[in-house]
Every structure is written in C-alpha cells, then in structure tokens.
Write a protein that binds this ligand. Structure first.
Ligand code: 48F
Length: 257
C-alpha cells in the first residue's frame, strides 16, 4: 500500500471503530461546555460508557472567550477542587475568587474528559431525541455542516440510558422533549421558563440548584438547567458550571446503578 492509502485507511478504520463502539452508550452528553465536560469525566471515571456530542469543531463551549474575548475567567474558591482534578491552574485573588486562563481551562477540561475515557464527537449536531414508552432513550445525530447547510440528509441514531442536555443557554434538548415529544419536565410549569438577565450571585447558586433529572432519561446541567428553570445569567464566572457538571454526574450515576 502506498503511504496515502495507509494514512486514509488508518483514519477511516479508527474513526468507524470508535463510532461503532458508541452506537449504544450509557450516557449521551449533548454539548462540550464546562458542565458537560466535568460530567463526562466523572461518569467515565465511574465506569460508564460516555459519548459527548459537540456541534462546533472545538469543544469547550463558552470557556475559550473569557469575558469579552479577554481570555481569563473567574472561579470561586469552592470550585477549584474540580479544576485541580483536571490539573488546571488557578490564581487566588484572596477574596473568595480565583482567575484562570481560559485557554488552559478549556483545553484542560477537554483533555481530562477524553483521558478519563469519554469519547468526544465534535462537529456533530444533535438534532433530535429518541423517546420509547415515556423514557428519553437516545439522540439523533448528524454532521453539523449538513445541519448548517440545511441539506436534506437523514441522521443516524445513538441509544443511551441517560441523555444530558449540556447545550448551554438554549437548552436545545429539553426544548425537543417539551416541544416535540410534549413531555412535562420537572420545572414549575412543566415547560421551559427561560433565562433571566444578569445577576451573578443568584445565577451561580441556582445553576447548581437547578441541576437535576427533568424527565425519565433526561437531565440538564449548566446554563441549560438554568434556562429550563428560569434562573439568572452570570457571565464569565464558572464555579457554578463546574459544580453543576459534578452534581449531574452523581445523579446520573445513582440512577444508572
Ligand atoms: O454554553 P456552554 O459552554 O455550556 P455550559 O456548560 O456553560 C455555560 C458557560 O460556558 C457560559 C456561562 C458561564 O457563565 O454562562 O455560557 O452550560 O456549551 C454548550 C455547548 O453545547 C454545544 C455548543 O456548541 C456549546 O459548545 N451545543 C449546543 N447545541 C448543540 C450542541 C447541539 N444541538 N448538538 C451538539 N452540540
């Protein structure tokens, strides 16, 4: 075989082996933002088969850009233990907060989730959910460029025992459950209340409080959880996102035991 054939063949085989090994997973995580990546690492370390779907080429969600493209973020003291687990450096400010280089944090979260055994499928858009007899049972996936170009191409399906909506502000997966499947989720109205404007302190608190199982097989973390329950936004402070990822991993692990 000439070199070109060997290289192409290696990529095709390795990718399709990975895809085929993850057509039925324990946990499908939609969105590789900070909450999804922390949940992915914790669940993979607990022995679950985890696949993460990220529509963008680069996983990491809203971490990369820091605040207004200034590539630093803030993390509260009580969440730095999670950063330490990933080997991510943070600098104490002495007032209860730490700063963290957003490039180190995004890349560290991605690396940590992957090294723990979670498989990340980037450039893959989750366009729908699977529902069997009143239980969310998987995700419907397609290439994001296919989605973006509005091409009429049927997707493929991955079955999952648990589906985590980590899609951030739009809570896209819960939206599918409410609008398409007509399910009532565990929120004050049974639907999506929608995110409120900025209030950092309250938003940080409720992000963790709002992190929960919403419906059999369906969970939400991070800003998706806050959007569903009508929490406030909080901007470039990330302790709540990290703690939300850890909390939902615990809840899912308990449910799947
Ligand atoms: O928004 P995002 O970073 O999720 P998060 O864990 O963290 C929120 C913070 O970054 C920030 C904040 C902190 O103060 O407010 O916003 O809640 O990442 C969500 C990821 O989901 C991807 C999207 O590209 C992003 O990287 N995503 C969204 N919809 C889909 C998706 C979809 N349908 N399929 C695949 N990926």
């Amino acid at each position: 075989m000439v070199m070109e054939e060997q290289i192409t063949s290696a990529i095709v085989r390795a990718f399709f082996n990975k895809l085929e090994a993850h057509l039925a997973v324990d946990v499908a995580i939609v969105g590789a933002g900070p909450s999804g990546l922390v949940a992915a690492r914790d669940l993979a370390l607990a022995g679950f088969k985890v696949a993460v779907y990220e529509s963008k080429l680069a996983p990491g969600g809203g971490v990369w850009g820091g605040g207004m493209l200034m590539n630093e973020v803030v993390v509260q003291d009580d969440a730095t233990a999670i950063l330490n687990d990933f080997g991510i450096t943070s600098v104490p400010l002495g007032n209860g907060y730490h700063t963290c280089d957003s490039v180190e944090m995004a890349s560290g979260l991605i690396f940590g989730a992957r090294k723990a055994g979670a498989v990340i499928f980037n450039t893959v858009f989750v366009e729908d959910i699977v529902i069997h007899n009143g239980v969310i049972s998987g995700v419907v996936i397609n290439w994001n460029p296919v989605h973006r170009l509005d091409m009429h191409v049927d997707p493929i399906v991955v079955t999952a025992r648990a589906v985590l909506d980590g899609t951030g502000h739009p809570s896209e997966i819960v939206k599918k459950a409410v609008n398409k499947a007509g399910v009532q989720v565990d929120s004050p109205t049974g639907g999506i209340l929608g995110e409120k404007p900025m209030w950092m302190e309250d938003g940080e608190r409720t992000t963790v409080e709002n992190t929960k199982r919403l419906f059999p097989g369906l969970y939400a973390s991070g800003m998706a959880a806050n959007n569903v329950q009508g929490g406030f936004r909080m901007g470039p402070i990330f302790g709540g996102m990290l703690k939300s990822g850890r909390k939902i991993a615990r809840i899912i692990a308990e449910d799947l035991k």
